[in-house]
Design a protein around this ligand. Structure first.
Ligand code: SAM
Length: 266
């Protein structure tokens, strides 16, 4: 454990101190030949060291330059990495990747909780070409992102992510695995990019339809959509899959929303 470091809560600086968990995260990736792993927020390098032993190359993004001395010291036995001392949220990652010639890109992060949503959105919406994304996030958020259709955690964000990824929870992580100890528990999820996506006429329309469908979680899909959408079209698609307008959106899988969106735009 590092001493004499003034941990910043505002940067989500809770470092992993449980070796079994860092090992488990590093082992979760299915490394294919010629691989580059992006790690967001290496901190003092506990997880980074495990990644460096398995990956061909690791590209690190760390915002806190106070960690320079510690991190270079911790990683001094390795050569297969670069560090970009900057805010990951504002980087053009695709541009950064042009410098490297690796076929398979992965993202790994023990994420600062305060920016979980912006980072996940960036990874998804900017189409950063990662085959797999393995992230440690707050347990409740992990449950939402990896929720099965029909469960109470299944919601708008699950549907949008299900379009692009297969998402599985890997492991629950107790707060005692971190220093300083945070006041929430965590979990690791693995997001595997789908090889083939369903045809989608407009992502913006799909996004809006899904948001509207989940606006009031206790309402039926009919009552959420009644004012803005052609319910005959919605109903036809729902019935094709054995659903109906009287159901709540949490029962409806992402591909049905894809088809409803496409049909509404015809
Ligand atoms: N990976 C280390 C570990 O598992 O022990 C540290 C994880 S700690 C939860 C989050 C790390 O992300 C910290 O080192 C913090 O300084 C860094 N960080 C916070 N915001 C960031 C940002 N916007 N861009 C890059 N790094 C960031």
């Amino acid at each position: 454990m590092i001493s004499n470091f003034d941990f910043k809560k505002s940067l989500g600086q809770n470092f992993l101190i449980d070796d079994n968990i860092t090992e488990c995260i590093a082992n979760t990736i299915d490394y294919e030949k010629s691989n580059l792993v992006i790690e967001v927020g290496p901190g003092s390098g506990n997880l980074t060291k495990k990644l460096l032993k398995k990956a061909d190359f690791v590209l690190l993004y760390e915002i806190d330059t106070r960690l320079k001395k510690i991190l270079y010291r911790e990683l001094n036995e390795f050569e297969n990495y670069d560090i970009i001392w900057d805010d990951f949220l504002y980087r053009d990652v695709k541009e950064d990747l042009k410098k490297y010639n690796y076929k398979n890109v992965y993202v790994v992060a023990n994420l600062p909780y305060y920016i979980t949503t912006p980072i996940v959105s960036k990874l998804v919406m900017e189409m950063i070409p990662a085959k797999e994304i393995v992230i440690m996030i707050q347990k409740e958020v992990a449950e939402r992102l990896s929720a099965e259709v029909g469960s109470k955690e299944y919601g708008q964000i699950t549907v949008l992510l299900d379009y692009y990824f297969d998402i599985k929870k890997v492991i629950d992580v107790d707060r005692s695995a971190f220093y300083p100890t945070p006041n929430v528990d965590s979990a690791v999820i693995k997001m595997t990019r789908k090889n083939k996506l369903e045809e989608l006429t407009s992502f913006e329309h799909f996004d809006k339809l899904v948001k509207d469908s989940f606006q009031f979680k206790r309402k039926t899909i009919k009552n959420n959509l009644i004012k803005k959408y052609d319910l005959d079209v919605v109903s036809k698609v729902l019935e094709k899959y054995g659903y109906n307008l009287g159901m709540r959106s949490e029962k409806i899988p992402y591909y049905v929303f894809v088809e409803i969106s496409n049909e509404l735009l015809k």
